[in-house]
Ligand binder design. Structure first.
Ligand code: XMP
Length: 321
């Protein structure tokens, strides 16, 4: 399936926003719509676009799935409050960890998150809210990679031939589907979002579960979350496209307090890219890398080894699962 592409370089931002606002209003009429805000670039932009079109007739939920970055739900809620947009946080972490229990296969993990999100948590909220429309921040790269079979993205039902109305009881609107990341950032800027919000590095729908190889448990998420905080703080002033920390399944022998311990390994990745389709590793200085490793092994006692990925995409992907 070929989707129309609007390139960031030739995009008329005002025209884009006007057209999408009109389309959303036409589709929803005087009904209600809902959307789920993850805090990522795409969902922040779609939330702002939806509220511009519908005001209070768009209800925005933030599902706390327990696998987000440190303090993320409260931080995102506060940022939108400043814009006059109310975001309701729903704590659903128990449901997500229950669904992920025992799973190690990447696609099964993604599927468990998708199903829990749509069927158990958000799907029920949509039904309760009586909204017939769901706004989603799907972008063209999600579609390309899903159709190509590279990865099962979480938000591309229609492209996969699944009718969300039949499967889940609602229609999905995807106003960003002709854009890639750079175009989404332009739209965010045009919508007046604070740059700290739309200029954030991309973050995947399956959240930190995309960075835990093997089983996703509360303890393993807590570990990768700490490593993520350290990595993001250390690299925030670089111009890299995206940077992240991954928790490996394999453990290795290390040393603590003069004793041999069998500890965890964290892999750091930092990417240079424009649209996430191809990427190459950032040429970070060794000083920076050594500081990250020292901080991670000091602040996370379970970790004894830190590595840096030096592979391009392809063959690597940006995330680990
Ligand atoms: P990969 O790992 O496929 O990632 O090279 C490409 C870009 O997409 C992000 N990503 C996702 N975004 N849902 C999303 O919304 C997902 O399931 C997902 N998986 C990866 C990733 O962070 C990178 O920017």
């Amino acid at each position: 399936m070929k989707m129309k592409e609007i390139k960031a370089s030739t995009m008329n931002v005002e025209k884009f926003i006007d057209e999408k606002v009109r389309n959303i209003r036409n589709a929803v009429g005087d009904g209600l719509a809902v959307n789920a805000l993850s805090g990522g670039v795409d969902s922040c932009v779609v939330t702002a676009l939806g509220h511009k079109a519908l005001g209070d007739r768009l209800k925005t939920y933030m599902i706390d799935n327990g696998i987000m970055r440190e303090n993320e739900p409260a931080r995102v809620q506060a940022a939108f409050k400043k814009l006059g947009i109310h975001v309701e946080i729903i704590d659903a972490s128990k449901a997500f960890f229950a669904a992920l229990k025992g799973l190690t296969d990447p696609e099964e993990k993604r599927e468990a998150i998708t199903q829990t999100f749509y069927k158990d948590v958000f799907g029920k909220l949509v039904v309760k809210s009586k909204a017939k429309y769901l706004l989603q921040g799907t972008i063209l790269t999600d579609v390309d990679e899903t159709v190509a079979g590279i990865k099962r993205q979480h938000n591309v039902f229609e492209q996969l031939g699944i009718d969300p109305q039949k499967a889940f009881g609602y229609k999905i609107l995807e106003p960003l589907i002709e854009l890639r990341k750079d175009g989404v950032r332009k739209a965010g800027s045009g919508l007046g979002l604070p740059s700290a919000m739309f200029d954030r590095i991309p973050f995947p729908g399956p959240a930190l579960a995309a960075r835990v190889i093997g089983e996703v448990t509360p303890a393993r998420i807590a570990l990768v979350r700490k490593a993520t905080t350290i990595t993001e703080a250390a690299l925030k002033d670089t111009k890299a496209f995206q940077y992240l920390a991954i928790l490996h399944e394999d453990r290795v022998t290390g040393m603590r307090d003069g004793k041999r311990v069998f500890g965890n390994q964290i892999e750091i990745r930092s990417w240079e890219s424009t649209d996430a389709r191809k990427a190459r590793p950032s040429r970070l200085s060794f000083d920076v890398l050594e500081k990250i490793a020292a901080k991670i092994t000091k602040e996370i006692p379970e970790v004894v080894s830190v590595t840096y990925n030096i592979t391009t995409k392809p063959t690597s992907t940006i995330e680990a699962i």
